[in-house]
Design a protein around this ligand. Structure first.
Ligand code: SF4
Length: 715
């Protein structure tokens, strides 16, 4: 008997709908469904990314049993024992050091919005702290902060389907064909319909190859280029004076701040020709429907929030809001990173972006949850190493569906942080590098095994559905968290994800009308959705009323700052982290899919220019050492003409060639997002390639065996 279960792809924020094909209780395939964003198409991760559900143990093993560390070893435990132990240790730490000594994460991956709602409620109501954050902090944190300031909502103002009807797409630091292939399809369609494509990126990415104009700026000079865009719009009187007068504030200060960023001055900083800067802005301002799309090339710098505000200002100056196919789109990376933000897995806001510092909002949540809530903003995830190692303030970490040892900068420091903590809980589906440092491991059900809701990158709530029974010994994330809360003396229990969802929307005006019923009927409901009879909102700011306190958009520009760690004699090259199309995030899911794991494997690659390859005597495919001030790894050279001399690129999916052993933990001062896109490295040639290949295989196998043992599994 074959069943087809409609759900949403668990990989990127495109939110593609697919049918899982289930035969005799086992997932055997996937086929595209007619979702709002994908309209019957899928990329290769959507087609082949279901296989990890069958636990083929290619990379790491499925967690099937709670584990407690005893005498240094992770040992199997009963659920009762694991929940009691977790609750007792957290209570003891809370008693001794106070609630702010405990940090928790949400999860932007498989668990879904309901589990994130429950997790942030647990941290706030049961533990008593706002120390809840998640991996948006290392990706689109600057979008939430920057767009909230400029426009009032930290989300895409537009919808993914609208992309193909734009007249002009200004794509900044965003390589859609690799990160969101189905969004890239919309960009290609826009081009086929005659749109002009302008791409700003230091590397000749797949996006750049689609462009009519490619602006190959130097890494770390985004703010100078965005200021120059603003300068041209003002100097050449290309901005929409009527729109700005009615709907925007801050013009005179903005003019002052961009005055010195003439295209000629900007050329000196960015390397982009002044004439190209002028041409790009003439085209942008001359277009009737211009849309900005951006990604990690904007957000993963230490001046990211400023650049987000600067890009929003370009759209504000030209009146590109309040209509279809215009606006600004931070295309969220992971499948539910928008949702984890929506659900308040952030240290400064409750679900629905209601500030924890707002007494009225706090009183509402206190009443609903029956407990006094803390009134100060919690810690950011990326501050934890400093707070543990330097300030000794955080003692326990409840890590839910994240793998910071693999995904966060300066991995050695992350390991040291985890080892210094008194208590680390990891709740996940697979054994991972972080779980090797855990005191307790709580095994959860996966996407495909539970119900819930994801938010796509364009604010679309969509149902995910259970297709198969989870492995014995696992529990849904929300249920585990409720059991820990109850054991800590704050009873939490729900009968279903729908009950959690209904509690959440009862507290969040923006989401109030987005019921399960409406999602079933419409397929997708985009917030704001204020009432039961409201269909949802494809694009924001209709009538040009922004969600800022006075309803006006806010212009912003400021001085460009260079990235902190510059290349020098000892570390003469720069490193930027990027993605590859076949793998996702820390790779525990895609690395455990037979088809996807064959596309690329350990140790991962480093892209270098032909000039640098010649200088260092490195050939394409050779193994080499990559060294920064923080670590040293082995990677395989990928010599590419798409890369400028002096710059290198690595993905963060691999264990051996783990680029985060090298990256720097410099943070944006506002969003606390790390500068993954810029640090200094050097390369060292390896003379005995055969020996190096052998070492890689041994290292990889040893790590795999460690992981299998950690999960209590054997081959
Ligand atoms: S584009 Fe993203 S959501 Fe769509 S199938 Fe690919 S990975 Fe899944």
């Amino acid at each position: 008997m074959v069943d087809k279960i409609l759900t949403v792809c668990p990989y990127c924020g495109s939110g593609c709908n697919l049918n899982l094909i289930v035969e005799e209780g086992k997932v055997v395939g996937a086929e595209p469904a007619n979702g709002r964003t994908n309209e019957g198409t899928l990329c290769l991760k959507g087609h082949y990314g279901w296989d990890f559900l069958n636990d083929p143990k290619i990379l790491t093993a499925r967690l099937r049993q709670p584990m407690i560390r005893k005498e240094g070893e992770l040992r199997e435990a009963s659920w009762e024992e694991a929940i009691r132990y977790t609750a007792d240790r957290l209570l003891a730490i809370k008693e001794k050091y106070g609630p702010d000594a405990i940090m928790g994460t949400g999860s932007a991956r498989g668990p879904g919005n309901e589990a994130n709602y429950v997790m942030q409620k647990f941290m706030r109501a049961a533990v008593g702290t706002n120390n809840i954050d998640h991996c948006a902090r290392v990706c689109h944190g600057p979008s939430v902060a920057g767009l909230s300031y400029s426009l009032g909502d930290g989300a895409m103002s537009n919808s993914i389907p609208e992309i193909e009807d734009a007249d002009l797409l200004l794509i900044f630091g965003y390589n859609a064909p690799v990160t969101h292939p189905i969004v890239a399809g919309r960009i290609v369609k826009a081009k086929q319909k005659g749109a002009t494509i302008i791409v700003c990126d230091p590397r000749k990415t797949e996006s750049a190859r689609l462009a009519d104009t490619w602006l190959p700026l130097k890494g770390g000079t985004n703010m100078a280029l965005v200021n120059a865009f603003g300068h041209v719009l003002i100097e050449e009187q290309l901005y929409d004076k009527d729109f700005v007068a009615k709907h925007v504030e801050g013009l005179s200060e903005y003019i002052e701040n961009v005055r010195s960023y003439t295209p000629e001055n900007a050329e000196g900083i960015t390397g982009v020709k002044a004439a190209d800067i002028r041409k790009a802005m003439r085209q942008y301002a001359g277009s009737k429907k211009a849309m900005i799309l951006y990604g990690m090339g904007v957000c993963q710098f230490s001046q990211a929030v400023d650049v987000v505000k600067g890009l929003a200002s370009i759209a504000l100056l030209t009146g590109n809001f309040g209509r279809p196919s215009v606006g600004i789109g931070p295309v969220r990376g992971q499948n539910n990173v928008q949702g984890s933000c929506d659900m308040g897995a952030l240290p400064n806001v409750y679900p629905g972006y209601q500030p924890v510092t707002d007494a009225k909002a706090r009183a509402k949540f206190e009443k609903a949850w029956g407990v006094k809530l803390p009134d100060k903003t919690g810690y950011h995830l990326t501050e934890i190493p400093h707070l543990v190692l330097k300030e000794d303030k955080v003692k326990a970490y409840y890590i839910f569906g994240e793998d910071p040892v693999q995904s966060d900068p300066n991995a050695a420091e992350v390991r040291e942080t985890l080892d210094k903590m008194e208590f680390v809980v990891v709740q996940d589906i697979f054994m991972n590098k972080t779980a090797l440092h855990a005191d307790v491991i709580l095994p959860a059900t996966s996407w495909g095994e539970h119900d819930g809701v994801y938010s796509s990158a364009d604010r679309g709530f969509q149902r995910i559905r259970k297709a198969v029974e989870p492995p014995k010994g696992t529990k849904p994330d929300w249920q585990i968290i409720c059991e820990v809360a109850t054991a800590m003396g704050y009873p939490m229990s729900y009968k279903s994800t729908e009950e959690i969802w209904d509690e959440m929307r009862g507290l969040c005006p923006k989401f109030a009308g987005a019921s399960y019923k409406k999602m079933e009927e419409q397929g997708s409901v985009q917030w704001p959705c204020l009432t039961e009879d409201h269909p949802g909102t494809p694009y924001l700011y209709e009538g040009n009323r922004f969600s800022t306190p006075n309803g006006k958009g806010r212009l912003f520009a400021c001085e460009w700052r260079a990235p902190l760690e510059q290349p020098d004699r000892d570390y003469p090259l720069t490193l930027s982290t990027v993605r590859e199309v076949g793998h996702y995030s820390v790779r525990t899911m895609t690395g455990n899919c037979r088809a996807l794991s064959q596309l690329s494997d350990e140790p991962g690659f480093i892209q270098i220019s032909p000039e640098d390859a010649r200088q260092y005597g490195i050939e394409d495919g050779h193994l080499l050492k990559v060294i920064s001030r923080r670590g040293k790894i082995t990677a395989r050279a990928q010599v590419s003409e798409r890369v400028k001399a002096g710059a290198t690129y690595m993905t963060y999916h691999f264990w051996i060639g783990a680029c985060n052993e090298l990256t720097v933990d410099v943070l944006d001062p506002i969003s606390k997002t790390p500068e993954f896109k810029y640090c200094a490295i050097r390369l060292e040639r390896i003379h005995d390639q055969q020996q190096a290949e052998l070492q890689i295989r041994e290292q990889y196998e040893s790590l795999r065996q460690q992981m299998l043992a950690g999960a209590g599994a054997h081959e």
